[in-house]
Design a protein around this ligand. Structure first.
Ligand SMILES: Nc1ncnc2c1ncn2[C@@H]1O[C@H](COP(=O)(O)OP(=O)(O)OP(=O)(O)O)[C@@H](O)[C@H]1O
Ligand SMILES: [Mg+2]
Length: 344
């Protein structure tokens, strides 16, 4: 699979706090090339992420919300420098991550850590919990004293709500789903990051564990003064965050403070997912009620990506792509016919 990345400058998100952003993303595009057809091969492009810009401020808890395939993981991988995005601009504390050399890149991975999407796949089945957590600690913090490493791993396990004496020597298959996810979080915390990216940290857990993990993230943010970027397809869970970035087919369609966005959404897509689940339990509904664009329902070549499914669409929507623009203080929307205009 090939990859094409380009830059274009799009409107920035809001600086509510007056502080410098910890992360600045401008014009991020990631296009993957796709081959289809058994006999006659056809090549086309998947616009996994298509010209998005946003900032994250120190100490914020932000969520990227979007249905499956909307490009959430691709954004996260770009922020980690794991997916190439040469021509766009991603700055961490003012430093372009694509310009980082070997040592700087390693320091970037110490400061920005990610909890990967699948807690079952992302833990090495051949390593016990001590090895899983102590390895990044040893590599990224240069701590090599075995007794100190054991002490630090035990303290991290306690911090994420696990009993170190019980789980330290266990292998992943000997842990429950919730325990695995806590080990994943402890591993990400091991190098002492400033920004924690958690990709769908609760998707594979039962209802009770989901809440526990959400509250753990919130607690860690407060205790460690962390900045958290959580990725989820579940708008209900995203309400735990300070601010939401709503993605639809590679585009940011709405961003804003979580409470305001949910109480009076401006984008018709957000209204749709809320109408599908009036009690804010969007989890299943968002996946079932909003089928992704497929070859039968392709991404439009021009105009708004959401326009084929939008009940408010006008001619303008099928002709030009709306830009993400500030609609009211701190609220950004990419729509020619925004909703709840009086609430703003
Ligand atoms: N390495 C790759 N090669 C080709 N296509 C890819 C690659 N990675 C992602 N894609 C495509 O890019 C699009 C966005 O994928 P991504 O994994 O970022 O979505 P997502 O929002 O994280 O979805 P999910 O909620 O299912 O995890 C999808 O159409 C996916 O098939
Ligand atoms: Mg994903």
């Amino acid at each position: 699979m090939g990859i094409v990345s380009q830059v274009s400058i799009a409107p920035t998100t809001v600086n509510e706090s007056g502080r410098d952003p910890i992360l600045e993303v401008r014009g991020l595009r990631v296009y993957f090339s796709k081959e289809s057809g058994l006999i006659i091969k056809k090549r086309s492009m998947v616009k996994a992420v298509d010209d998005i810009s946003f900032d994250i401020y120190p100490g914020e808890f932000v969520t990227i919300v979007g249905e499956t395939g909307s490009g959430k993981t691709t954004v996260a991988r770009c922020l980690m420098g794991l997916t190439k995005s040469h021509d766009c601009s991603i700055k961490y504390k003012g430093k372009e991550i694509s310009d980082m050399g070997g040592k700087e890149r390693i320091e970037h991975w110490r400061r920005v850590q990610m909890v990967f999407q699948d807690p079952y796949e992302s833990l090495n089945p051949m390593q016990n919990v001590f090895k899983i957590i102590s390895t990044p600690m040893r590599l990224l913090t240069k701590e090599s004293n075995p007794a100190k490493l054991r002490e630090k791993v035990a303290s991290l396990l306690a911090e994420v709500g696990l009993d170190a004496s019980e789980v330290m020597n266990r292998f992943p298959h000997q842990l429950s789903g919730g325990q695995r996810q806590r080990v994943n979080i402890a591993r990400a915390l091991a190098p002492g990051p400033e920004l924690l990216i958690a990709d769908e940290p609760i998707t594979m857990l039962d209802a009770e564990q989901r809440l526990n993990i959400l509250f753990l993230l919130k607690e860690l943010k407060q205790k460690r003064n962390l900045t958290v970027l959580m990725i989820t397809h579940d708008l209900a869970s995203a309400q735990i965050s300070d601010r939401m970035l709503i993605m639809y087919l590679g585009k940011l369609v709405e961003t804003g403070p979580s409470r305001e966005l949910v109480s009076a959404p401006h984008h018709p897509y957000v209204e749709l997912i809320m109408e599908s689940a009036p009690n804010l339990n969007f989890d299943k509904t968002i996946l079932n009620a909003n089928p992704l664009a497929t070859d039968d329902n392709p991404v439009p070549e021009k105009g708004c990506v959401y326009q084929p499914r939008c009940k408010y669409a006008t001619r303008e929507c099928s002709e030009t792509t709306p830009k993400l623009e500030e609609f009211s203080k701190g609220r950004f929307v990419a729509c020619y016919n925004p909703l709840n205009t009086k609430a703003a």
